[in-house]
Write a protein that binds this ligand. Sequence first.
Ligand code: KG4
Ligand code: ZN
Length: 367
Amino acid sequence: MSANARTLPSNTTLLGIESSCDECSAAVVRYSLADGVQVRSVATFSQIKIHQPYGGVVPEIASRNHLETVNQMIDQALRESGIEAHNLDAIAVTNRPGLVGALLVGVSAAKAMAYALGKPLVPVHHLEGHASSIFLDQAEAADIPLPLLLAVVSGGHTNLYVVKQPPELWTPDFLTRSLVGRSRDDAAGEAFDKTAKLLGFPYPGGVWIDREAQKGGDPNAFSLPRALPQKATFDFSFSGLKTAVALLADKLRKEGQLDARMPDVCASLQEAIVDALLSKMFLAARENRCRAMAIVGGVAANSRLRSRLEAEWRGGGLARPPIFPKMAYCTDNAAMIAAAGVYRFRQGHYLRMPEMLTLNAIANPEF
Ligand code: KG4
Ligand code: ZN
């Protein structure tokens, strides 16, 4: 289906649903040419506490919990937005990638709503949602200079993209076409989570490492590996860091020093991850003549990553300071899914009856 630009309304109001992992979220956003995507409401139930005793997300438990909460999140988002369901232009839902059972809950809820209300259904790639998070509540987003070096840095992905077009022109294959680098093994968030676990912090560990490092930790106290330092690639590798941190923790434990040195250990391992991210981001930005840089996903909440980028962006030949989503939109949320849905919907990429009933959840799409 392709939209006729002349018939596009000036405003678009969408409900978004996100259930790809351990956040069950619904949100209503409103797009206008003048104000961009403004968030009217977000309702999120985080399952973190439910999975914490297991040290990570248990897929079966995640799906069951989404089933229990998804309708409440949709009701709450609609109520708080002040927008009646029948006034929505469309329903957007994450259908890939993620835990397949968890995705299916959101997809089924979205299908049922779209069918009952007679509205179009917009399938959204979770990473396109993260990419769209920088435009939420930012009227000046239209002025972001291009090309943009976009880093999606989450618990599941560490991907670098060179984005050459504004979101209104993102094509369905834009993620594949603009990918220039990725992690060859663990994602950056996974590196935080796995090292945090072996240091005894709860899941998800990134925020705990960040907090512990801020207790006066010295980022240069311990020398930990930075993988793939050679110039020829924009790829990352974080799996070696786990072994190095495990060995260091063992040594300090035997010396009875681990607790006392914990801020230094956390600051040092955080520095290793941040160094690896920054060196490849600046390299990719320079080589692709990027004029701006944006970091999205859960790891974009990291205080050290933010402060170093704020301090170092000028050296990277960029035209403006780095772009981060608002803190609330770094980790998984449905507002970013609704935003990505708005751009897709306005380009005519949506499903109607009866083909919407064939929409499936895809755990690992090709892109
Ligand atoms: O984007 P997200 O909510 O979920 C995925 O799509 O994966 O990202 C979650 C990840 C986790 O690995 C978590 O440890 C990490 O983001 N994270 C952080 C911080 N806050 C969340 N990592 C480092 N520092 C933080 N402050
Ligand atoms: Zn995510």
